[in-house]
Design a protein around this ligand. Structure first.
Ligand code: DNO
Length: 395
């Protein structure tokens, strides 16, 4: 597997030199300054790529070329945005950048309620607390009919939670949920998110799924022509938020996407932490089943709780069988090598890390994207990969 590292561009507090020192050879980055829906100009792609090569690094994966909400809704300017998307893929292909991650989550990208969840060793992790989210939805956002999307027990627990919250806690919860996390697309204020949710009201799971398929039908031929593979990122968390549908949450969802347009360009990002937040997703089985379609991997771990809450654990602790997932991925790579696939080596990045040491209270460190936390994760994952490949070589 190729070790990669997510970099948020020249404004990132982590330098390219640090990324090399961490041992990664590839960078996962995006032109986040370009407005969602606009074309990524060839020149700008080249500038970013040159900067990386000058520092001894390769631009391995684009994460993400965001999909405009009009495309997800298939209204407004969606046709123009789709044309732009195709052009961006063609421009990336022209520079030899072959892997593009994207997602199809409506309104909010990845979402957590607590960005500073203190662990026993006093480092901090990201957490999604179900009753906090529901308390926000019903009592702070006051989304119309929100309570009807939850069970009575959930509503009761959320009411209790809300009653115990101070004003500051409410404000922090709101900003954690709606202000947007690193690399995420949506950043809203309260009115803005209400309007965005309203726009998706009534679209339903079938509608969103159809719009995804139509989008793929429109862009996959361009991706193929450009020699680019797309890798859809799962919903994070992998269940409905704000009563809205999510269509990339389960093995069944992934299967439906792959089968809708059989093409190497129509692929998946295996985000272990996202799919793994549901106990009914068997990640090792998913790697075995979807292997040839997996073009990018996010390795991280979570601890699940019975009410749907979870927090991000150490990379080798938690409920995901990371060793099993990596073994299955390495088998997949061997199979690809036998077929002389040009995409044999699968890029992985240590996804998120705890805020440890000085980075814990440093406001310039992006939530989940500390240097030391990810460095620790990468080193541990590298150890697993090294062990498995060494033992396999020895037979
Ligand atoms: C979180 C990330 C997401 C992801 C996008 C993909 O850490 O995995 O921001 O990059 O949702 O489109």
């Amino acid at each position: 597997m190729q070790e990669t590292w997510r970099w948020f561009g020249p404004a990132d507090t982590v330098t390219l030199q640090q990324i090399r020192q961490a041992g990664a050879s590839g960078v996962v980055t995006a032109l986040d300054h370009i407005k969602t829906g606009d074309i990524w100009p060839l020149e700008e792609i080249k500038t970013r790529q040159t900067l990386l090569t000058q520092n001894g690094l390769e631009w391995t994966v684009v994460e993400s070329v965001p999909v405009h909400q009009d495309i997800k809704l298939r209204n407004g300017n969606y046709q123009a945005y789709i044309n732009n998307y195709r052009q961006s893929l063609i421009n990336l292909g022209e520079r030899g950048i072959k892997r593009v991650c994207y997602n199809f989550m409506p309104v909010v990208d990845w979402t957590r309620t607590n960005l500073n969840f203190e662990l026993e060793n006093s480092s901090s992790a990201l957490r999604f607390e179900m009753s906090d989210f529901i308390a926000y939805d019903i009592h702070i956002l006051e989304r119309v009919d929100a309570a009807s999307d939850y069970s009575q027990a959930q509503v009761g627990k959320a009411a209790e939670r809300y009653a115990g919250m101070g004003d500051e806690e409410k404000m922090l919860l709101e900003s954690n949920i709606i202000a947007g996390l690193p690399g995420g697309e949506g950043s809203y204020d309260r009115q803005g998110i209400k309007a965005a949710i309203e726009a998706f009201r009534g679209i339903g799971t079938a509608g969103l799924r159809r719009n995804l398929q139509l989008f793929l039908a429109d862009v996959i031929p361009a991706a193929e022509e450009a020699g680019v593979v797309l890798a859809i990122h799962p919903d994070d968390p992998p269940f409905s938020l704000f009563g809205l549908p999510r269509v990339v949450s389960t093995a069944q969802d992934a299967r439906a996407i792959i089968e809708s347009i059989p093409s190497t360009s129509n692929g998946l990002t295996l985000c272990a932490g996202s799919y793994g937040a549901r106990s009914d997703n068997d990640l090792v089985a998913m790697v075995n089943e979807f292997g040839p379609s997996i073009h990018f991997v996010h390795l991280r771990n979570i601890h699940r709780e019975s009410d749907g809450s979870f927090y991000e654990t150490e990379h080798l602790e938690g409920d995901n069988d990371i060793v099993g997932i990596i073994s299955a991925l390495l088998n997949q790579e061997s199979a690809r090598r036998l077929n002389n696939s040009p995409l044999a080596e699968i890029p992985m990045r240590p996804d998120h890390g705890h805020a440890i040491g000085d980075e814990k209270n440093d406001p310039t460190v992006r939530p989940g994207y500390s240097f030391s936390g990810r460095l620790k994760g990468l080193a541990e994952l590298r150890g697993v990969i090294h062990t498995i490949t060494t033992l396999a070589r020895r037979g």
